[in-house]
Design a protein around this ligand. Structure first.
Ligand code: PBG
Length: 332
């Protein structure tokens, strides 16, 4: 970062000189967006008839296992480096004990294996949190109205090992329990999965922008209360930085800020302070805002690439975005 940029007074300095032609603009462009910066989150359902478009996310579909295979082939062909699986699980099989979260045959683990079969070089990322299998929609166990930390971490470890066993390359703990990164890391080391990477949702805020996602995974009707006792208050900056520092110290390979666009200040600060691989999640509500306005004719589709470039300008190495395949096609 240039701390003291020198700018001659007008008319010696005319910044418009460098904006005059496409060639001059290309020479002085500071940021790039490439297909290598994209991670594609997909929803995979095990519910008969559960596939199809998500009403609050027009253009995004819940996929069957076959659909997930096709998505993986598409991602590989486009050069998207990673796909991230979110399970839409059978609502009748959700329990308080969340036992299916670490079942090798749960829909998430089946999707990992299905994708690895058709696209072995595509990195497969997972979500670690109990909510898809939890009868009350929380990311952790609920005991007496409280989301309990340490018992949840034990379950997350079981969940992570099952995912690693199924062939996941990147584990994404999105639960925000304390101590989970260290616990996951040592369990992976102990089980011979020392090369499985962790992208920690380190700075995950208690955000209203997750609404459409909760529709997509069928958690909306389930969630009792809110997630404010584990996700970060949107008012807080220093706390997010402490959580990133802690997760890196516990062995996270990569860190994430979530949501994305409204939290770019945090992205920039995380990248500058820790110089670690830094990612952001352009979440479902951000997608819904852009796509809703685009479909209404209120915004041009150019805002999609512009929004992703903004993440790059803020220091992000990559972005989880539902627009990944569309943007990859645009870049090709
Ligand atoms: C839950 C999880 C959420 C998202 C990813 N993992 C929702 C939540 O915390 O309630 C949100 C993603 C999005 O909104 O696109 N473990």
């Amino acid at each position: 970062m240039s701390a003291n940029p020198i700018l001659a007074p007008f008319p010696a300095a005319r910044p418009r000189r460098l904006r005059r032609t496409p060639a001059l603009r290309a020479m002085t462009s500071e940021t790039t967006l490439g297909v290598g910066n994209l991670i594609w989150p997909i929803f995979v359902t095990e519910v008969a008839g559960g596939e199809g478009e998500i009403p609050s996310m027009p253009g995004v579909e819940r996929l069957t296992l076959d659909g997930a295979r096709r998505a993986a082939e598409r991602a590989a062909k486009l050069g998207i480096p990673a796909i991230c699986i979110f399970p839409h699980s059978d609502p009748d099989k959700k329990t308080e004990g969340c036992e299916r979260a670490w079942d090798p045959e749960n829909i998430g683990n089946r999707a990992i294996r299905a994708i690895k079969d058709v696209a072995p070089d595509l990195a497969v990322m997972t979500d670690i949190a109990l909510d898809p299998y939890n009868i009350n929609g929380h990311d952790g166990f609920v005991q007496g109205g409280v989301i309990v930390n340490d018992e949840t971490v034990e379950a997350l470890v079981r969940m992570a090992l099952a995912q690693a066993e199924a062939g996941a390359d990147i584990l994404g703990p999105s639960d925000m329990m304390d101590g989970r990164i260290g616990a996951l890391r040592s369990a992976l080391e102990g089980a011979g999965h020392q090369d499985v990477t962790i992208m920690s949702y380190s700075a995950k805020y208690a955000s209203g922008f997750y609404g459409p996602f909760r529709d997509a995974v069928g958690a909306s009707g389930r969630l009792v209360g809110d997630k404010k006792t584990y996700q970060i208050d949107p008012a807080n900056r220093a706390e997010a930085l402490r959580c990133v520092a802690r997760d890196l110290a516990e062995g996270a390979d990569m860190v994430m800020v979530k949501p994305g666009l409204p939290y770019l200040d945090i992205c920039r600060e995380v990248k500058d302070r820790f110089a670690a691989p830094t990612f952001a999640y352009q979440v479902s509500g951000e997608y819904a805002m852009l796509e809703g306005a685009i479909r209404n004719g209120w915004l041009s589709r150019d805002v999609v690439a512009e929004s992703l470039l903004a993440f790059r300008r803020a220091g992000c190495d990559g972005i989880l975005t539902y627009y990944a395949p569309q943007v990859a096609e645009l870049l090709a």
